[in-house]
Design a protein. Structure first.
Length: 416
């Protein structure tokens, strides 16, 4: 215990001497959050245009939608080691620059560039996905749920905006889908610039961000991969992400298959995510400062089940079901990301759990768009896709009963 308390002092001191105003730090986090979803959510509304232009079939388009999630799965476990070596702030800066480059490459003529750029986009977002919750845990240990709700709402808001404007941008520029995707390189460069400003005068802090783990790691610590709590959080995040990315990729196509104009379908996807902004902020009030989040997790998972049932049995009320789905999706992503911080004790543990949860979780999530594409292509109907989404949401509600318990991935150092 003496060793741990002594070694943590320099890290705490280094953080308190940072010359950067707290508002700049928070702004930088919010700008990065705003860049983590538009490169993905801008694709769904123009998927038909993209398929017609490139000749890709339904299964291939499903694979294209799953590719960033597979990149998340492969690279997320590496984020903690990379941040330990180079510093979390520096890695996030590189990720934003690489994200802008990947978006630009993806929009170049030629299918090879489309696939290569999509891999670059997924790799860059993977680093931000893992490190932002860790940085929030480190910088705001007493307000994890509140700050998580704020940055998740920004992330969801920009995701919704990207969905809504994708088709109008394509129509206005006359270039098809390419400018709809390419435009999101600009916010990524802006986020990189503000993040670089955040890093001014924080060299010692940047280094300690990646090396804070040894303070607790001096006590022999069980691997996060052997923690039941870690696996529960991982499955909750994975199931939540599976439903979200399935709908983000295929909801406009499902709608247009039922006669909804493409631009309207894009705005329905916007509505799905815009509602998520409000519900993401509202759920932090329900969560409060409680460590036990079982009731909240179950409560906010069930509207997705109801929404899918409504889409099957009363499709004429589609906007109502879109709103219900948005309430569930927007609130449960906040719960999932907050659990990463709530179930860990240190920055290092949070980074490791974040990497694990987003690796396995997004591998599970990648199956959503892939399965939907194959089911729709094989049956010629979207009915089984809607049933699949309801099943994933129901499983998520069950997992919440375990992931939401007041437990930690690791015991206190003195009890290890």
């Amino acid at each position: 215990m003496t060793m741990s308390s002594t070694s943590t002092t320099p890290h705490t001191t280094g953080e308190s001497r940072s010359a950067v105003h707290p508002a700049v730090k928070l702004l930088a986090v919010l700008l990065v959050a705003g860049c983590l979803r538009p490169p993905l959510t801008s694709v769904g509304p123009v998927l038909d245009l993209l398929g017609a232009d490139t000749g890709l079939g339904t299964a291939a388009l499903g694979a294209l939608g799953a590719l960033p999630l597979l990149a998340f799965a492969v690279l997320s476990p590496l984020a903690h080691g990379t941040s330990s070596r180079f510093g979390a702030e520096r890695v996030v800066l590189w990720a934003m620059v690489a994200l802008a480059a990947g978006i630009a490459v993806r929009s170049l003529p030629g299918n090879a560039w489309l696939w290569a750029g999509t891999v670059g986009v997924g790799a860059s977002i993977a680093l931000g996905n893992v490190l932002v919750p860790s940085i929030v845990k480190r910088d705001h240990p007493g307000a994890i749920s509140r700050v998580t709700g704020l940055y998740t709402s920004v992330m969801t808001g920009f995701a919704a905006l990207a969905s809504g404007v994708a088709v109008p941008i394509a129509a206005a520029t006359g270039s098809g889908w390419r400018w709809s995707l390419a435009v999101w390189a600009v916010p990524a460069l802006l986020a990189a610039g503000v993040w670089a400003l955040r890093m001014r005068g924080t060299r010692s802090r940047t280094a300690s961000a990646g090396t804070a783990a040894p303070a607790v790691a001096t006590v022999r610590e069980t691997s996060v991969w052997r923690s039941a709590v870690a696996w529960q959080v991982t499955f909750f995040l994975g199931l939540q992400s599976a439903t979200f990315y399935l709908l983000v990729n295929w909801l406009p196509t499902i709608q247009t298959a039922r006669g909804v104009p493409a631009s309207t379908a894009g705005w329905h996807l916007f509505l799905f995510q815009a509602v998520g902004i409000v519900s993401g902020l509202a759920v932090t009030v329900i969560m409060g400062a409680r460590a036990d989040q079982r009731a909240t997790g179950v409560l906010m998972s069930t509207p997705m089940v109801a929404a899918m049932a409504g889409m099957l049995w009363a499709p004429g009320w589609s906007p109502v079901w879109v709103v219900l789905a948005g309430i569930s999706s927007g609130s449960t992503i906040v719960i999932a990301l907050a659990l990463i911080g709530l179930r860990t004790r240190t920055f290092a543990q949070t980074a490791k759990l974040s990497g694990m949860a987003q690796s396995v979780g997004y591998l599970l999530a990648a199956a959503g768009p892939l399965a939907a594409g194959r089911l729709a292509g094989g049956t010629g109907s979207w009915t089984l896709v809607i049933v699949l989404t309801a099943g994933l949401a129901l499983a998520q509600a069950c997992v919440a009963l375990w992931a939401g318990r007041d437990r930690y991935t690791h015991p206190e150092p003195g009890n290890a």
